[in-house]
Design a protein around this ligand. Structure first.
Ligand SMILES: N[C@H](CCC[C@H](N)C(=O)O)C(=O)O
Length: 281
């Protein structure tokens, strides 16, 4: 099976061209196999692109534990570039169907004029706890105290098609993300588990964050997570509606447009390599 390895700000996936390739095993198993370091290719998960009557292609994304997610921001940006380069998308405006609905990506030129950047219309954030889902009281989950590992932290919960819980801290780089992340990922408040973000607003238009992803652990970047952090910062009165988001793997620009209520994410895509998966154990 041929594959393409790509990353968006360091959030890397194995991409399979489901228009022309067949998976050698169910995608949930393949995601675990290809994601493993050493025995596999090493990645945050697997993304499979297939034909779709209502869009240029359909994206299904699997975390490295094999769980399928509703949406992936860095993934859909990279998928749009691939569909364009494969000729399955004609212009620089690419439509990708996801489990969270249709997403539109505008491919943008980089300094050398190559269409390696993308601006994704990530849709409207979902704030009603029952729709996130988060089992917390009220019509919005802003600054909700949750206890895990003997700590009580305040979280703001947002769905971008997938669930996120955002905690604002003094210094994400010094924060025990790998100790507390998995505890909050599986907190009883989140019936479907949850992606957990720890962020610091260092200026009205500048936020630094780390993420513990549901089903993948700490990743170098998370597109839906960056959008959730911006929405949470605005809801808590901590930032403007457009910020530069700094993640360990790189930088994204996030805007929560007041006019249409949509969140827009702009960032890079990188093709690391192409190859053939032989799957020998
Ligand atoms: N772990 C996420 C899926 C990947 C999201 C992330 N990589 C992004 O760029 O949005 C979940 O289970 O909802």
């Amino acid at each position: 099976m041929k594959f393409t390895k790509m990353h968006g700000a360091g959030n890397d996936y194995i991409y399979v061209d489901g228009f022309r390739e067949r998976l050698p095993m169910p995608a949930e198993q393949l995601a675990i196999a290809v994601s493993r370091p050493h025995f596999g290719l090493g990645s945050d998960g697997l993304i499979v692109l297939t034909p779709c009557a209502e869009a240029d292609g359909r994206m299904r994304i699997y975390n490295n534990d094999g769980s399928e997610a509703m949406m992936c921001g860095n993934g859909v940006r990279c998928a749009a570039r691939l569909l364009h380069e494969w000729g399955d998308a004609k212009g620089d405006e690419v439509r990708v169907m996801t489990n969270a609905g249709l997403r539109t990506i505008k491919l943008l030129p980089d300094a050398r004029g190559r269409l390696t950047r993308g601006r994704v219309d990530m849709g409207k954030p979902v704030l009603r706890p029952a729709d996130i889902p988060a089992a917390v009281p009220g019509e919005r989950a802003v600054g909700v105290p949750l206890t895990a590992g003997g700590q009580t932290l305040r979280f703001t919960c947002v769905s971008m098609g997938n669930p996120h819980a955002v905690c604002f801290v003094e210094d994400p780089d010094q924060f025990p993300v790998t100790e507390l992340g998995p505890l909050y990922e599986r907190h009883a408040a989140f019936p479907n588990r949850c992606n957990i973000e720890f962020a610091h607003v260092s200026g009205p238009e500048e936020i630094h964050m780390r993420v513990w992803e549901r089903g993948s652990g700490e990743t170098l970047a998370c597109g839906t997570g960056a959008c959730a952090v911006l929405v949470a910062a605005v809801l808590n009165g901590l930032s403007e509606r457009a910020v530069d988001m700094y993640l360990p793997g790189g930088q994204l620009h996030i805007l929560w447009d007041e006019a249409d209520g949509h969140v827009y994410m702009t960032g890079p895509t990188s093709i690391t390599c192409t190859g053939e998966w032989l799957g020998d154990e």
